[in-house]
Design a protein around this ligand. Sequence first.
Ligand code: GNR
Ligand code: NI
Length: 174
Amino acid sequence: MAILSVLLPPAPPLKAKAKPVDKVDDDIRRLIDDMLETMYAAPGIGLAANQVGVLKRVIVLDIARSEEPPTPLALINPEVVWASEETAVFNEGCLSVPEHYADVERPAEVKVRFLDRKGVRQEIHAKGLLSTCIQHEMDHLEGVLFVDHLSALKRNMILRKLSKQRKHQAESAL
Ligand code: GNR
Ligand code: NI
């Protein structure tokens, strides 16, 4: 297992569309294990392959609270097969946009079809935080960040602050 580095804007994979996985093999399972380790280390509740520079349709998540037993999930080639009319607003964050949060409105519930780590087709009906997180991760596979759901004004404010923070960090590391 290995902890991978999480990309920040303007890294191109964050803007790219990931390609479907054609075979769920040991390489994919290793990627999943590394992504889970990276997510837990961050710590985060989800991670998409684009964020570690791999353009494959793989996401991992675990929304269990720290005091609860872990419930790692890996979704390969996820597809939304149904979304509720009802929407929900959630204050979202992202490991690729560290320390910035904003409200995003999305369908409240989704049914998602995917392949599990054994390559078996599965379906889940997600609500609440799980629904938000799955949709946030699936956006990453399309090259979309949560800030892309905000007004251009809010998005640019966050992205400018982020690049300033990074510049200061880079300077203080000298
Ligand atoms: O760790 C994360 N927390 C989070 C909080 C609210 C909505 C979405 C998320 S996902 C995020 C990890 C991440 O960046 N996944 O891509
Ligand atoms: Ni994210």
